[in-house]
Design a protein around this ligand. Sequence first.
Ligand SMILES: Cc1cc2nc3c(=O)[nH]c(=O)nc-3n(C[C@H](O)[C@H](O)[C@H](O)COP(=O)(O)OP(=O)(O)OC[C@H]3O[C@@H](n4cnc5c(N)ncnc54)[C@H](O)[C@@H]3O)c2cc1C
Length: 540
Amino acid sequence: MTVEKPPLINPYDNLPSFDLAEPKAYSPSEREELLRRYYPDYRPDRKTTLHVGANAGDVLPDEIASILESRSILSKNVLPAVPSTPDIEVDLLVIGGGGAGIMASIFAMEAGARVLLATKLRVGDSNTVMAEGGIQVALGEDDSPVQHFKDAYRGGHFTGDPELLSVLVREGPDVISWLIRKGVLFDRDPSGNLSLRKGGGTTRPRLISAKDYTGLEIVRVLKEDLLNSGVTIWEFSPAVELLQGPEGSCAGAILKDVDNGSLKWVKANAVLLATGGTGRLHIGDFATSNHFGATGDGLVMAYRMGAKLLNMESFQYHPTGVIYPSEMAGMLITEAVRGAGARMFNRHGKRFVQELETRDVVASAIIRECEEGRGVRTPSGHHGVYLDLTAIDREMGEGTVERRFPNIVKLMGKHQVDCTKQPILVYPTLHYQNGGIASDTSGRTHVKGLYVAGEASGGVHGKNRLMGNSLLEVFVYGRRVGEEAAREALERKPFSWHEVNLGHVEGFQKNLEKEFPGTSRPEAPILFPDYRKHSHPDHA
Ligand SMILES: Cc1cc2nc3c(=O)[nH]c(=O)nc-3n(C[C@H](O)[C@H](O)[C@H](O)COP(=O)(O)OP(=O)(O)OC[C@H]3O[C@@H](n4cnc5c(N)ncnc54)[C@H](O)[C@@H]3O)c2cc1C
């Protein structure tokens, strides 16, 4: 079979001249129409109705439905027998070594619990460490948690959980002070005050950052604190199944040693899921900004146990993921560049959306330009629009891009794109799971003894998250849920290892057989994406 290669087009040949005229603001009904027509969440194709589990009846992206309605990876037919003793016994098992998991472990340990932190790769290998743009927190003189609440609630199209959101904005300032006391170096202005910047969809400058490597700076400090905290850490040990205790409660988990494939059985009074998001499922074949381990494992394990999920039809496609060169497909260009004055242009050199609209609106406008033939075609046949950072240096002084966004300049430079002089070609990238496991303000799920924090949880942001609110959630709820789970773990009535079982997995698999007789089901959690069978060549 011969495959016709798309013609090689260098998007930097024949650059149009850029017309800086500002596009008009959309009316509320124009925004709604744009989202309805172009935002991937609203498209009816590639969706599946769930038949099994607490969310039966929900219509979700195929990739999410497939991992939820799946069989255990432990065995096709017979699940392993519970051994006579566990490999380790702790008060709290924290699953996931990103921002939420690290924060929760530190605070649970301080609350007096014996804590095991088990993570898939190394501690810190996560979306948190990749966060670029910053954290929103109401610290400005003309700002307040109430104003922050209003912006975030409106930005989420009034679909967020007001109680969860209210905790986020109220506890934000205190948790940021804690991070600063621990040694996190956020950017400051010449007078030594924290630099506050504006993100999309906000009415006040409220974003604090550490250049364009905010997550890395925070994890640098937190990791040191964790290593000195006394928490037991098991790396390269992904959780593959939760364990059930008395009355359907959660009683621990099974971990898999990545090196030799052996299983480790953990007995725990409480389990906290901090497993992050699902970008590596490449929903709708989108490229992703997410780290390699973002495969939705926490959702799968919790769902089998009876936990309810919320808003799992809703994802954030960040407007500005790199689309060329294709080796970089999906890499994020932080929204902070647009906050600083970067502009977007279609292939005719026209601006087509106000750059600081909410992310879903900007992403939809880019998709519209590309689908209506005003995008730029790349050598691999994809389309994108120009994101031009040179306006930042023009408006704020030569060298600003390099000073404020050194990481982006360096990474693009490695691929021969000098973004201080040339535009970057971008297209929306699958970035964030808006929904997740439902919980209350202490991270309690519908399953006794099972807690959730961070991106794996749903509800705070509703169906659209504003920039910087996820990191805030990770640290506010990491601390809060870590403390609460530790307290409840210490108070839990003792139970014996003989009461521990995998009955929930067996029951779930029986229900699958009833609903899908004679058909084989996929296996999950998938742990690592398998690019050998992926349909999209750029995603590898
Ligand atoms: C490129 C990028 C830039 C971003 N920039 C910003 C920003 O500027 N501001 C902002 O607010 N938000 C930003 N975000 C979003 C934010 O960083 C994340 O939502 C947040 O950090 C998630 O934290 P988390 O601890 O919940 O998950 P993660 O940080 O992803 O951590 C999850 C951890 O769980 C582990 N894990 C997964 N499955 C298992 C398993 N089965 N067993 C054991 N461990 C497991 C993972 O390996 C990982 O260590 C960005 C995200 C990305 C990808």
